[in-house]
Design a protein around this ligand. Structure first.
Ligand SMILES: O=C(O)CCC(=O)C(=O)O
Length: 281
């Protein structure tokens, strides 16, 4: 995997906002190939009748099976984004989740579907909202342009990764008050990195085209990947490079060092500071 340095200003904005836009993360040909593969996976979705007033028929959130497609498999170690994830999180990571999200146009006057502000990985219900750790970063790849508001891009509540309380939603409303809601304008090929603590939600697609994204989540290796990631069963890993093998769960246990990304980080001078178990006094 090529090395792309994380600029100081990118780290600063990620730490301040809880998310970071990486413009032109994918080449146009890669986007085309991913659309071709994504459309194949979405075949039965496209065959369903379009019911304008029934948004549940018009959203696809497909999680299993993405890694069977070669382009989607190669995306797991995409240098322009995963380089940054390693520098923001650690070399000790693997792929935690995959999603292909397509949204057909919805009734502009209809109710918001799947609107639910949340933090990822469900830590808060167990540990509360205070002092949450950052343990994962999702990379949302835009396969279509998102040039207008309400065109299907996931909404981010800027800076809420540091929040120690639930969001406050006025009675009868859907969106929180007192926070900045970002409906980002993005181009096909751009990537949006967001960390597990930031409050975000699915948003309606009130444009006149199908919106398409692929979202890959990376997390520390001590976090169990979602069950549908078949590669965690260590099948079919012989043909992939060592970094992809690590990301796909090709190691015995978490006590085995994440040597592929550790070595990569060492070579590019971005290794993590060593944290010992004990110190001498
Ligand atoms: O469909 C969406 O835009 C929401 C995605 C989301 O909430 C997530 O990936 O956690």
């Amino acid at each position: 995997m090529d090395f792309i340095p994380l600029e100081a200003q990118q780290r600063e904005s990620f730490e301040r906002d809880g998310f970071l836009v990486v413009p032109r993360a994918l080449e146009a040909e890669t986007v085309e190939r991913l659309i071709e593969e994504g459309d194949r996976l979405a075949d039965s979705f496209f065959k369903k009748p379009e019911l304008f007033d029934r948004p549940e028929y018009n959203h696809l959130d497909r999680r299993p099976g993405l890694l069977r497609e070669p382009g989607l498999l190669a995306l797991v170690s995409n240098a322009s984004t995963v380089s940054l994830v390693v520098q923001l999180l650690s070399p000790n990571i693997h792929l935690h989740s995959t999603a292909l999200i397509y949204k057909r146009p919805e009734d502009p006057d209809g109710p918001a579907f799947r609107r639910g502000w949340h933090r990822d990985i469900r830590i808060a219900p167990d540990l509360g909202h205070g002092g949450l750790p950052m343990v994962g970063i999702k990379v949302c790849y835009c396969l279509t342009d998102f040039h207008r508001r309400e065109s299907g891009m996931t909404l981010m509540a800027r800076g809420t990764h540091l929040r120690t309380e639930p969001l406050v939603v006025p009675r009868g409303g859907v969106d929180p008050s007192g926070v900045e809601i970002c409906d980002l304008k993005l181009n096909a090929g751009d990537a949006l990195l967001f960390e597990n603590r930031i409050f975000h939600t699915a948003a309606p697609n009130r444009s006149n085209r199908v919106s398409k994204v692929v979202i890959y989540g990376y997390a520390y290796r001590w976090m169990k990947p979602e069950v549908y990631i078949e590669f965690s069963a260590k099948t079919g890993l012989d043909d992939v490079d060592p970094i992809s093998r690590q990301l796909l769960g090709g190691y015995r246990d978490v006590d085995t060092r994440p040597w592929a990304l550790e070595e990569w980080a060492r070579r590019h001078n971005v290794e993590r500071e060593f944290v010992p178990w004990t110190v001498e006094i």
